[in-house]
Design a protein around this ligand. Structure first.
Ligand code: ADP
Length: 272
C-alpha cells in the first residue's frame, strides 16, 4: 500500500484502519483497542508508549497477525490480513514479519548462526550471503556465531534475536519491550542495532517500550491510552518524551477527576 505525501511516494510497511479489539463479551467485555488508525511508513523506527493496559501489546499482536481483530483492518506490506486464510496468514507472519520479544526466545540447542537462519530454514529458503553479512556486521556478532545461547550475554542473545527477525528481510519487525531484560549498556547496543537496521539497512521497526531513553532512538513516538492513540511526537529526545508523558498523565488525571465529579469542569458554572 502506498500513500502520497507532499508529492513524494511513501511506502507503508504496516497499517491499521479503525482497529477495534474487544476481549470477552457482555458484562465482562474489555475494549483493548477502541478504533486505532495508524500507518507505519517503511524505513522508520516507531516507538509505542502508554500506561500498562493501554493496548500496546494488543495493537502489536493485531498488527502482526498474531491475534484476530473485532473490526477494522490491518495491512502488512499492502496486504489486508482479513483476506488471508490461515495458511496464507502463517506464511505472511513467517516471511513478511519479524519478531523480537523481551525474553529473546532462542532455541538453546542451536548456535547463534543456526538461530539466526532458522526462519529461512523453516521456509525452505536459501541464505542470501550478502544480506547475512550485512545483518551480522550491523549486529556486531561475527565472532559469536558458533556460540550457543547459554554462552552469550543477555545483550548478545537479544542481538541474535534481532538478527533472526531481520534475516528474512521482513516488511516490518515488531519488538515488544526488547530491552526490558537488559542492563543499560546492553540496551544501548540492542537499540543502536535496531536504529542501524532502519537507517543503514532500510528496515522498518515498530517497538513497544516504557523507557523514554529507548523511545528516543525512534523517528516517531505514538502514545496510547485506553485503546486509543492520544498523541504522537516526531524526532523524540528522552527529555521531550518524558515531558509529553508527564503532560498526558496530568491530562488523564484531570479527566478522571472531572468524570468523578459528575462531568467536565469546563461545563460546571461553579468552576468558572
Ligand atoms: P498493554 O500492552 O498496554 O499493557 P494490553 O494490550 O496487554 O495493554 O491490554 C489492553 C487491555 O486488554 C487490558 O485491559 C487487558 O487487561 C486486556 N486484555 C489483554 N489481553 C487480554 C485477554 N487475552 N483477555 C482479556 N483481556 C485482555
Amino acid at each position: 500500500m502506498t500513500t502520497t505525501v507532499t508529492g513524494t511516494e511513501q511506502v507503508t510497511a504496516a497499517e491499521a484502519a479503525d482497529l477495534v479489539k474487544v476481549y470477552g463479551s457482555g458484562d465482562t467485555a474489555v475494549v483493548a483497542l477502541a478504533g486505532v488508525t495508524v500507518s507505519f511508513p517503511a524505513g522508520q523506527l516507531t516507538a509505542i508508549m502508554g500506561p500498562s493496559g493501554s493496548g500496546k501489546s494488543t495493537l502489536m499482536h493485531c498488527l502482526a497477525g498474531l491475534d484476530t481483530v473485532t473490526s477494522g483492518e490491518v495491512y502488512v506490506g499492502g496486504q489486508a490480513l482479513s483476506e488471508l486464510n490461515d495458511r496464507k496468514l502463517t506464511e505472511l507472519r513467517r516471511d513478511r514479519v519479524g519478531f523480537v520479544f523481551q525474553q529473546y526466545n532462542l532455541l538453546p540447542t542451536l548456535t547463534a548462526e543456526e538461530n539466526i537462519t532458522l526462519p529461512l530454514a523453516i521456509a525452505g529458503r536459501k541464505v542470501d550471503p550478502a544480506w547475512f553479512d550485512a545483518v551480522i556486521g550491523a549486529v556486531n556478532l561475527a565472532d559469536r556465531l558458533r556460540h550457543r545461547p547459554t554462552e552469550l550475554s543477555g545483550g548478545q542473545q537479544q542481538r541474535v534475536a534481532c538478527a533472526r527477525a531481520l534475516i528474512t528481510r521482513p516488511a516490518v519487525v515488531f519488538a515488544d519491550e526488547p530491552t526490558g531484560n537488559l542492563d543499560s549498556h546492553s540496551s544501548a547496543e540492542v537499540l543502536a542495532f535496531l536504529r542501524r537496521s532502519v537507517t543503514e539497512l532500510g528496515q522498518t521497526v515498530v517497538m513497544v517500550t516504557h523507557d523514554p531513553t529507548a523511545a528516543a532512538y525512534a523517528d516517531r513516538v505514538l502514545f496510547l491510552e485506553d485503546g486509543r492513540i492520544v498523541d504522537e511526537l516526531a524526532e523524540p529526545t528522552a527529555e521531550s518524551v518524558l515531558d509529553r508523558m508527564k503532560l498526558l498523565e496530568v491530562a488523564a488525571h484531570a479527566a478522571d477527576d472531572s468524570a468523578g465529579s459528575g462531568g467536565s469542569a469546563a461545563h460546571d458554572p461553579a468552576s468558572i
